[in-house]
Design a protein around this ligand. Structure first.
Ligand code: FAD
Ligand code: NAI
Length: 462
């Protein structure tokens, strides 16, 4: 039996970051992971492999649509799917091995196997029981199921199966126009699949700024994705090679069927804590099956903390990472903190979509007076030069104080641009502060400055 200051269960972005920070703060740390590789959902079957496929398929799209205009002539590349999967796997491998290296560097023990907590202060892995003054649960999430839809990860798949299909399907039906459905749907659309997205609501990407939703859907349609909106999927019927998706239109209850070679179920994710022994410990849970925690990520059982997808909040890798760092600091007697008001969300399609903070809808609901500054990428020289003038930056500020409350971007590099606004928000900056900051020319970030100028006396290039 070994004794540790901290044992982390789960090595996703929440768990591995918590382990590294604990070790950096002088705590003797171990991390339990049941998968063969470290890095959790994000590195193995989430963020990283999906971004590799998004990148590869975007390159193909550029070659097919924009090369000729730039004077780059020749045959467009064809898709070698097996090689694309090899490239995706090598991206995963370098990243998961990177975490293994960081564990060694920081003298963190990787306890290989599935862990459970037989009692507070103890973690069981296989036949061994280890003692820990503190335990951090970071066991993540799994794909939600949908009644009537049986996943076989071959014809009816979750994101995990969609990242390693045997071939590019001729026809793909995506259930759910959320982040996973649109990212992976656009990968396959670019690779040549006919992609139809069936969505329960009347707008894609719930919770997002409505102007961004509309623009985003228009752009995706232009890229070949088809949408059936306001449609509740009832069931799927699958053979070994094909499936039928039955759905009902909410407006008139009419029933329809659509055929597919592959169906991607992407209707959300739920917290995962199977086998960890939480029931016997009596750990308090929320109504939605998440582990309930206080402001310091402490559960209802002393010495046990929880972070990441398994607790409340957006299911995002960077949110889990921030909680990982913060909980380590709390355990080490410091002041760990996460500003939940400034957690950006990014969709890595082309163009990217990014948002942070309040939307007009949340502000209206709260009865707060606000002002909007908007700037189109059509006024940004760099964006136009790379065929990316479609899209905009929208900054929302407090009407009285000009303090930035939120930002919503659809356009080139949106996932990077959003961080300028995040930093400004962390410092309590006004739009004028952003507008008075010199921005290099020609960069996409000038569009952020112009949107900030639009909150005041007006943008220059519009
Ligand atoms: P996880 O990453 O889920 O890690 C939990 C780990 O715990 C797993 O490795 C699991 O094996 C292990 N585990 C569970 N139980 C036990 C046990 N009892 N014993 C031992 N080990 C255990 N987020 C983003 O921010 N950006 C993105 O681009 C993005 N893309 C995504 C794409 C896809 C297809 C998916 C599915 C998700 C994506 N996400 C993205 C979400 C992101 O992956 C999660 O928010 C993030 O991984 C959560 O981190 P976590 O540490 O809480 O849990
Ligand atoms: P989601 O919650 O983003 O979207 C699910 C969609 O399915 C919603 O639009 C919902 O209305 C729809 N839906 C639900 N039931 C339906 C039904 N019966 N018929 C038709 N549509 C239905 O969930 P998603 O895309 O599965 O992603 C899960 C999580 O993974 C997200 O919370 C996200 O944070 C995370 N993620 C993040 C990424 C990123 O940051 N770029 C990328 C991929 C995932």
């Amino acid at each position: 039996m070994s004794t540790y200051d901290v044992i982390v269960i789960g090595s996703g972005p929440g768990g591995y970051v918590a382990a590294i920070r604990c070790a950096q703060l002088g705590l003797k740390t171990a991390c339990v992971e049941g998968r063969d590789t470290l890095g959790g959902t994000c590195l193995n079957v989430g963020c990283i492999p999906s971004k590799a496929l998004l990148h590869a398929s975007h390159m193909l799209h550029e070659a097919e649509h924009n090369f000729a205009e730039m004077g780059l002539k020749g045959k467009s590349p064809s898709v070698d799917w097996k090689q694309m999967l090899t490239y995706k796997q090598s991206t995963i491998d370098t990243n998961t091995k990177g975490i293994e290296f960081l564990f060694k560097k920081n003298k963190i023990d990787w306890l290989k196997g599935w862990g459970s907590i037989p009692e507070a202060g103890k973690v069981k892995v296989g036949d061994e029981v280890h003692e820990a003054k503190n335990i951090i649960i970071a066991t993540g999430s799994e794909a939600s199921s949908l009644p009537g839809v049986e996943v076989d990860e071959k014809v009816v798949v979750t994101s995990t199966g969609a990242l390693e299909l045997g071939k590019v399907p001729k026809k793909m039906v995506v259930i759910g126009a959320g982040v996973i459905g649109l990212e992976l749907g656009s990968v396959y659309a670019r690779l040549g699949s006919e992609v139809t997205v069936v969505e329960f609501l009347d707008a894609i990407t719930p919770g997002m700024d409505p102007e961004v939703q509309k623009t985003f859907q228009r752009m995706l349609k232009k890229q070949g994705l088809e949408f059936i909106m306001g449609a509740a999927v009832q069931k799927t019927e699958a053979t070994k090679t094909k499936a039928k998706v039955h759905y009902k239109l909410r407006k008139d209850d009419s029933e329809h069927v659509i055929d597919a070679d592959v169906v991607l179920l992407a209707t959300g994710r739920k917290p995962y804590h199977d086998g960890a022994g939480l029931d016997a410990l009596g750990i308090e849970m929320t109504k939605r099956g998440q582990i309930a925690v206080d402001d310091h990520w402490a559960t209802s059982v002393k010495g046990i903390y929880a972070i990441g997808d398994v607790i409340e909040g957006p299911m995002l890798a960077h949110k889990a990472e921030d909680e990982g760092m913060a909980v380590a600091e709390v355990i080490a007697g410091k002041h760990g903190h996460v500003n939940y008001g400034v957690i950006p969300g990014v969709i890595y399609t082309h163009p990217e979509v990014a948002s942070v903070g309040e939307t007009e809808a949340t502000l209206k609901e709260a009865g707060r007076a606000y002002k909007v500054g908007k700037f189109s990428f059509m006024g940004n020289a760099r964006a136009k030069a790379v065929f990316a003038g479609d899209g905009f930056v929208k900054i929302i500020v407090d009407k009285e104080t000009d303090r930035i409350l939120g930002a919503h971007i659809i356009g080139p590099g949106a996932g990077d641009l959003i961080h300028e606004v995040c930093v400004a928000m962390e410092f309590g900056a006004s739009a004028q502060d952003l507008a008075m900051t010199c921005h290099a020319h020609p960069t996409y970030s000038e569009a952020v400055r112009e949107a900030a100028l639009a909150c005041g006396d007006g943008p220059i290039h519009m």
